[in-house]
Every structure is written in C-alpha cells, then in structure tokens.
Design a protein around this ligand. Structure first.
Ligand code: ADP
Ligand code: MG
Length: 324
C-alpha cells in the first residue's frame, strides 16, 4: 500500500457528510461554508506516542482521544465543532492497527458530526496532529479572560479519574476489578463536554477545559482575568470509583492532575440560577467549587478551612506520561 492507497482506503472514506463542506478530501485544499453571522474557531493538538499516551495503548483509543482533546477545546470556547484535518505520521503500514485506529476516530466523529476534510500522511514515529474548526454566533465565544470577583466557579463531571486510570495502566496502582474499566475509559476515551460549552454561551464569564489539572487550568482563567479565587477541596466532584480507589492509595490527584477534559467555568452570582435550565437536557452534572476573588492567586482550602498544598510526592512518578 502506498500513501495514496492509505488516504483512499482509510481517510477519504470518512463517515460524516456535512452540507457545509463544498470540497473535502481529494483536492489541494478543502472548501468550507461557515454559517452566516458566525465566527470561525480553530484549534490544534498533537499527540506523540510515548509522550501523550503509552506506546501500547489500544489503537481505537488513540484514534478516539486524538479527536476528543480537540473537541474539548471547542467545548471550552462554546463552539460547535464542524470540521477537522488530520496529520498522521506512521512508523509502518499495519492495516489491522489502522482499521482499529480509524474505528475509534470515526466513532467520535460520527457522534459529534464533525467531518474529516483533509490532512497529510507521512512515515515516521507515531504522531497524530488534528486541527479542528468550529463556529459560533459572532461575539459569543467563551474566553478565559472574563472572570470577575464574586463569580462562582463550576466544574463539569468528575475530576481525577484519568490520573487513577493512568496509574493503573502504568501498573503503579492496582485498580480493583469493579472500577478499572471505568477509570481506564476516563483516561483513554474522554467525553468532550461540547454540549455544555454551547449551553454556556452568553452565561459563563470564562471557561477552560481541564487538560493539565484543575489548579493549573483554573489558574489560567485567573491570570487571564486578573483575579484570584478560593476553592474548597471537599467540593471537587469525585466519582464513586475515584473515592473507593483514592481512599486506598492516600494521594488525591483530583486538584492537580489533568486529562479529565472536564470544563471549568465561572458565572456571575446573580445569574447562577439560570444554570439548571441551560443544562436541563445534559446528563453530565456540574458542581460549584468556589468563588472568584479580587486578590491574585488560587487558594485551596481543606475541610478544616486551612490552606491545602497538593503533595507532589504522590504523583511525580507519572513523569513522562504527563501531557503538556
Ligand atoms: P497535496 O500533495 O496536494 O498536499 P496530498 O497528496 O498530501 O495532497 O493529499 C491528497 C488529498 O488527501 C488531500 O485532499 C489531502 O487533504 C488528503 N489527505 C492526505 N492525508 C490525509 C489524512 N491523513 N487525513 C485526511 N485527508 C488526508
Ligand atoms: Mg496540493
């Protein structure tokens, strides 16, 4: 199989057909027709084997996650994801691997109705770079810079699951059988919170997706907004699986570890009451965890109301598998 046969067999046959794609794969460039009165939203994320995922990760999970992390950036902006390009570098041609990889990628592409519209294919170390394009009504993007003192801080879903899943995969932690599938799935098949992001347009004052850990990512909102915040450790949403496993290992990565791809966002206090109606049709819960304050810095309070410092000793040994 040469490069053109790979493109024809695996990429030109992508499953999503959108009316707004005038020309997709097969020409020198794609031609797109964004909706009237909308702005384009563009983001890209690269995943390198051995850096962003263990080399032996199942190919369907790599395919899924490569798109999921990009969709999560669209979610964080409140955008409707629509199109993506794919730059892939493959060490060798393995049809079984590629079939599985595509099945993961296309399962999520189909679910989110995003169409693969082009890319580039080369030989080299396993690397997947996806660029995603989305759109939203003019002026409605959710930025990091809009948080104001008094705003309430929320996160979607649960935090820390992916960190435990990774520890399990790396055999640094033995996961009980009843929780291991869930925790591994949270690491390898994250659910981008696209519907939540769109529901927050015109309501959230700032938004970010949690890819590097809540403390770091909320920190980006605070720095961009020129504010600080106080959050309560006990209010961070944690899954039943997380609670069961974390109780046994002693360390608590919910605040400091990423890869969960939840959304963290802020809402003005007088508008918090609007949230339930906005999120009515969305199954994923959101949880209030703290408040934006004028003084710079993130203050994390433990159960006793004392400052909490994440102990880095417990999770530094994730080392190379941590994502940028
Ligand atoms: P060119 O030489 O004009 O850059 P290529 O030969 O690289 O074009 O690619 C031919 C067509 O296949 C283009 O439409 C390109 O976007 C598409 N393509 C190549 N690789 C991929 C890929 N990995 N995923 C999706 N489309 C791809
Ligand atoms: Mg060309």
């Amino acid at each position: 199989m040469n490069e053109f046969e790979i493109i024809r067999r695996y990429f030109a046959r992508q499953p999503v057909v959108r009316d707004d794609v005038r020309c997709g794969i097969g020409d020198d460039a794609a031609v797109l027709a964004p909706a009237a009165d909308h702005e384009l939203v563009v983001s890209t994320d690269m995943m390198v084997a051995g850096v962003h995922f263990p080399e032996d990760t199942a190919p369907e999970h790599i395919g899924w996650k490569a798109l999921a992390v990009n969709l999560s950036d669209m979610a964080a902006m409140g955008a409707e994801p629509a199109w993506f390009t794919l730059n892939i570098s493959l060490p060798h041609l393995d049809p079984v691997w590629l079939d599985a990889w595509c099945s993961g990628l296309y399962a999520l592409a189909t679910e989110q109705r995003v169409q693969l519209i082009g890319g580039d294919t080369t030989r080299g170390p396993l690397t997947v770079g996806i660029q995603i394009l989305g759109q939203l009504p003019c002026g409605t993007a959710l930025m990091r810079r809009g948080a104001r003192a008094g705003d309430r801080i929320f996160v979607s879903g649960t935090l820390g699951d992916a960190a435990l899943g990774l520890a399990g995969r790396q055999r640094r932690l033995r996961l009980p059988a009843e929780f291991s599938e869930y925790l591994h799935a949270r690491l390898e098949r994250p659910t981008p919170r696209v519907a939540i992001g769109q529901a927050l347009r015109g309501l959230a004052t700032a938004c970010i997706d949690v890819s590097d850990g809540l403390a770091a990512d909320l920190g980006h909102i605070l720095a961009a907004s020129g504010t600080g915040a106080r959050i309560e450790l006990d209010r961070l949403p944690r899954s039943a699986a997380y609670r069961a496993v974390q109780a046994r290992v002693g360390w608590d990565p919910a605040v400091s570890h990423g890869d969960d791809y939840e959304l963290c966002f802020t809402v003005a206090p007088e508008r918090v009451a609007e949230l339930p109606a906005r999120l009515r049709t969305i199954e994923c819960p959101v949880t209030e965890i703290g408040v934006v304050e004028p003084a710079a810095g993130l203050r994390i309070l433990d159960r006793a109301g004392l400052p909490y410092r994440p102990a880095h000793t417990g999770f530094d040994h994730f080392g190379a598998a941590e994502t940028e």
